[in-house]
Design a protein around this ligand. Structure first.
Ligand code: BES
Ligand code: MN
Ligand code: ZN
Length: 502
């Protein structure tokens, strides 16, 4: 889908030829004396239009308006939250009647956050999953023109929102694909596909190379599967080679049966989403490809299935991780931390400036925080507040959880350096404490997205979180980083980080 940004007022919006015009109307808006302005004025006067977010009025072939369908939608005070609510409320109109070209115009002055909310909301609402449907109707919406009071001033947030939307959509798509259509190898192919964009490189390791590296924990998880594991390494270079990268590590369990510690049958299908951390890393790289920010980023994805089998790892087995630490695998369903720990060790070769892992790690995190906020664990206060702030700015919220050493007591065992599970209490914290042993000296954060990466029930599907949070964090970092002198950084067009040229 193609988004464009244009300066327009309500009268100009009326002259835009399109299938659907959505006019977002704030409280107290004073309409002008044009056809669309009259419609708004009359509708407000007759109380047919309420400017509260969530309220809307639909009309058809309005005289003096070029659009076929017109939807007036209230945005209250015009803040990002209200805009999100308004766009969500008119979401069905973006699909009904298969509009190809839509104009979404914000009446009055809009904040940057509100413009971002328009783009993100429209993209979110118009996504259609089709990959495994035989008669699926693809998304109809091909072009969306976003009309604002001052396009020039809104250009950077607009470009950022478009890039985040593209990344979120890629993450949703791979999250949604069933495990037999999203194998470790297919994820690796998707990552390789990203390397066609400038600044991105991709390397994929198979079982032999992973064995050579000594990733005994990762290999233990993959043992029970016929589907071969993949270790995916993505690199984005937007700054000088000498600048230390941010390393992102995404859990890529393409299906989690639990292994020998097998999960109960109900809702086990949802364990196809257990690679949403990996999908979010792909999504972030897709957004980086769009924006080309001045930063270096490495993405690592250990990808495999967790299956029960005659060859599968068994409870009580002890394996040696790449770090040299031995691990007693007391529960084969605590596999995420096993694939991640070797990836965290591998990451040390990049001498990261910061490292963030993203994982659908624990059911306990779903109990603690539900689907509203991801769990944030961090060894470093500065990194924690930057991620928390990025979450607020992108409406992709997280909440900091503790990492006191006392939580690690339960990971002690008589038979190895560490066990892969502690008891039931504070399950998401003990999982994070396990990872911390492998995280190295640089600032490290862990995002437990078990509750936020997908929705269950009738709206079952991947959310694309936390692509928004991560992209905002990386852009903020790129904008505030002191550019290193000497070695020059690649000169490519950058979007979304500065005001555009006139
Ligand atoms: N992928 C699951 C975590 C999960 C469960 C995410 C349910 C979302 C919904 C993870 O691999 C897992 O099975 N974790 C176990 C850990 C336990 C054995 C210590 C869990 O949370 O039950
Ligand atoms: Mn599991
Ligand atoms: Zn899992």
């Amino acid at each position: 889908m193609n988004f464009e940004l244009k300066t327009m007022d309500v009268a100009q919006a009326a002259s835009e030829k399109c299938d659907l015009l959505v006019l977002l109307v704030p409280d107290g808006f004073a309409p002008g004396k044009d056809a669309l302005g009259d419609l708004v004025a009359q509708a407000i006067k007759a109380k047919d239009l309420d400017t509260k977010p969530g309220k809307s009025l639909h009309s058809y072939q309005v005289a003096g308006v070029a659009a076929r369908r017109v939807v007036l939608a209230g945005i209250g005070a015009g803040d990002a939250r209200a805009v999100r609510q308004a766009v969500a409320a008119v979401a069905p109109a973006l699909k009904q009647g298969a509009p190809k070209r839509a104009v979404v115009c914000v009446a009055g002055a809009a904040s940057a956050a509100a413009v971002e909310a328009v783009v993100r909301g429209v993209a979110q609402a118009s996504y259609v999953y089709t990959a495994t449907k035989s008669k699926a109707e693809a998304r109809s919406l091909a072009r969306v023109l976003v009309g604002v009071h001052d396009a020039r001033a809104m250009s950077a947030p607009f470009e950022r929102a478009v890039a985040v939307s593209v990344g979120v959509e890629l993450a949703r798509e791979w999250g949604n694909r069933p495990a037999n259509h999203a194998t470790p190898n297919l994820l690796a192919q998707a990552a390789k596909g990203l390397a066609k964009h400038p600044g991105i490189q991709c390397k994929v390791l198979g079982p032999a190379e992973v064995a050579h590296l000594g990733m005994g924990a990762f290999m233990a998880v993959a043992r029970g599967a016929e589907e071969p594991l993949r270790f995916i390494e993505l690199r984005y270079q937007g700054a000088a080679k000498t600048q230390a990268p941010v390393v992102l590590v995404g859990k890529g369990i393409t299906f989690d049966t639990g292994g020998i510690s097998i999960k109960p049958a109900p809702e086990m299908d949802e364990m196809k989403f257990d690679m949403c951390g990996a999908a979010s890393v792909l999504g972030v790289f897709r957004a980086l490809a769009e924006l080309q920010p001045a930063i270096n980023v490495v993405g690592l994805i250990p990808a495999c299935e967790n299956m029960p089998d005659g060859r599968a790892v068994k409870p009580g087995d002890v394996v040696t991780s790449m770090s040299g630490q031995t691990i007693e695998i007391l529960n084969t369903d605590a596999e995420g931390r096993l694939v991640l720990c070797d990836a965290l060790t591998y990451a040390q070769r990049f001498k990261p400036a910061a490292m963030i892992d993203i994982a659908t790690l624990t059911g306990a995190c779903v109990i603690a925080l539900g689907g509203v906020r991801s769990g944030l664990f961090a060894s470093d206060d500065t990194l924690a507040s930057a991620l928390q702030a990025a979450g607020e700015a992108s409406d992709d919220l997280c909440w900091r959880m503790p990492l006191d050493d006392d939580y690690a007591e339960g990971l002690k065992t008589n038979f190895a350096d560490v066990a892969n599970v502690a008891g039931r209490p504070a399950g998401s914290v003990t999982a994070a404490k396990f990872l911390q042993r492998f995280a190295g000296e640089q600032p490290w954060a862990h995002l437990d997205i078990a509750g936020t990466a997908w929705k269950g029930g009738a709206a079952k599907g991947a959310t694309g979180r936390p692509v928004g949070l991560l992209v905002h964090y990386l852009l903020e970092r790129a904008a505030t980083a002191v550019p290193s002198t000497g070695t020059s950084s690649p000169a490519r067009r950058r979007k979304g980080s500065a005001a555009p040229a006139a």
